[in-house]
Write a protein that binds this ligand. Sequence first.
Ligand code: ADP
Length: 177
Amino acid sequence: MKGQKACCIWLTGLSGAGKSTIAELLEVLLKREGRHTYILDGDNVRANLNSDLGFSIEDREENIRRMAAVAHLMVDAGLVVIVACIAPLRRQREKARLLFESEQFFEIFVDAPIELCESRDTKGLYRRAREGLIANFTGIDSPYEKPEEPDVRIDTGLSTPGESALQVFKKIQGYLL
Ligand code: ADP
């Protein structure tokens, strides 16, 4: 009925790397082609479904488990789901991937040096983390494991948001046909 192949496009990377920005621009590109999409943004989901969770390792595991489970339900319902979620550890992303058919899951590494993310500080979180007001902040006092073999790696220090979104779009276009 939808005339499309559903999939999950998972954008991982540090806070401020560009996940939400790319998710929104990618959605515009997909909608232009008539695709039915949904953005699951970690920040938004933490405001409701995951509002009981903090940022300890255990809570992050549970946060990602729920994000992946909801994304999986949405893919089951036929949507192209874009997930914007740090998912800092490789095993967390692997667990998410395992819920899906192998060709249905795209891991996109939204890469930028932490110094650049910190200088952007779009949400003021780095400043608060440096002041000790936020604990377990990814890249500062909590680890981030870079994807070893992502489907796409984007260096947002070298490209514009539009170019970055197009890079992801081109990668998944072949699958969606
Ligand atoms: P995240 O969702 O990863 O925390 P945001 O998307 O909220 O990051 O913020 C990223 C910031 O970086 C935005 O202000 C955006 O305009 C800027 N930016 C610069 N270059 C890029 C790019 N190539 N892709 C995405 N964002 C970029």
